[in-house]
Design a binder for this molecule. Sequence first.
Ligand code: ADP
Length: 542
Amino acid sequence: MLGQMQDWPLLVHKIIDHAALYHGDREMVTREVAGPITRTNYRTIASRARRVAKALVKAGIKNGDRVGTLAWNTHRHLETWYGIAGMGGVYHTLNPRLHPDQIAWIANHADDKALFFDTTFTPIVEQIAPKLKKVKFFVALTDKANLPKTKLKKLYAYEDFIARVDDKFEWKELGENAACGLCYTSGTTGNPKGVLYSHRSNVIHALMAGQTDALGVSGKDTILPIVPMFHANAWALAFTAPMIGAKLVMPGAKLDGASVCELLETEKITMSAAVPTVWLGLLQYLEQTGKTLPHLKRVVIGGSACPRSMIEAFETKYDVEVVHAWGMTEMSPLGTLGSLKWHLADLPYEEKLDIKIKQGHPPFGVEMKIVDDKNKELPRDGKTFGRLKVRGPAIAKGYFKGDGKSSFDKQGWFDTGDVATLDKDGYMTIVDRAKDVVKSGGEWISTIDIENLAVGHPAVAEAAVIGVAHPKWDERPLLIIVLKPGKTATREDILKFLEGKIAKWWMPDDVVFVDEIPHTATGKILKTALRERFGHHKLPTA
Ligand code: ADP
């Protein structure tokens, strides 16, 4: 027997219609790529999104076509997303931090039919344009006055493109399983793989994210999504914020400590989300200037492991709650969030920190388990670690065009490639990425644990650990350090600081100092580059 409830498809553009109708005056602020701070609201965004949709149809974009975006977080980028999704197209976020050849490869693999871009990226677009096989036209996300001088053909200024039509556009009637968005994983090994979100997965993910124990946002919040829209749906904020009527502040191209701090102050931001490297920049800026964070209440930190010292600095120095989160592009991306459960709220602060540095517990809609090499489920005892597998309505069931089949098993589980523990309370801890873990004498050493401890040293800005070949132990950890500007520390200082904090056999065999640690396009430590550079480092123990 079937239920008798309405078959109301979960469609992304219904979110912006809801926002326009019920939160129409709620402000959205953008630091424009051209410089000034501008203000709009959800009513206007929804109207302009319909213009985008109508203009795309007029320009020949069809149902299911992918439309690339190479853009910062701005109101125009958001309008573009909703407009593309609402006319039946697929917004395809391209990561501008990738090498231009890789961007072109991804745009071609996705068969992008048009490309919207911020003027910052004009040189990239000029470089890749001759290689883009399917792109019929380009739209620079600006007005005519700010259009860059360029030889690009078939180029519109966004404001002209949407002025060619009015906002009388009926959203396409789509099934909720229709494709809506596309985002490629950064592919530190092998070619990037596409994750094709559906309207349904995006809406469910936005609902999940909006829960109090997830992102914990409400319509009263002013949210600064620093995490880029090209980094897996801006962690749901591009959908959740309009859904609940929160004020959105879009940071544009400037993500350095001073610029972020300025927006936090002037717009009285209450909640924000970003990867640890961005927060590192802000904390260093605060330290240098003596500024505080009087309005900010909560930050979500994820994308790579958040060090204990970072949580402690936010919470004890600046009175800002930290929610540590873990996720993946393949998971839309949120997988776990570290809000404290009811029975842990009254623990002494140090014990709370022990829990907050874990990656968190899954919201409804994310199933998790850990397995051994034979795919046998392992106990949830907080100690045993294994490969983390996940399943749920906002998790990929395959990659675009059938790539990467081996990551999905017959029971519908996706292998995250992470090694993790699960504890009895449901908190998950990432031990490492399976390919990064140091294999010493048949046992595993977590590079993340050592890195997080090392950055607790007052002179250390950033730390990375890689496995280096060792004649007796196969691999031993090498610790690579970037010092804070003006600070000094020796190899011995660092090792002494780690002593007693980790098992003896986890202690790095050597420490090297570098000016800079390379990062991936999503702000993670680029271990492949470090392995290339230091893979043959001669350990004093070898
Ligand atoms: P990529 O950067 O490879 O394209 P994602 O941005 O989807 O991929 O990153 C997913 C991976 O990032 C996870 O599998 C995990 O290894 C790592 N990651 C994300 N959040 C955290 C976290 N809070 N702690 C540790 N690792 C994390």
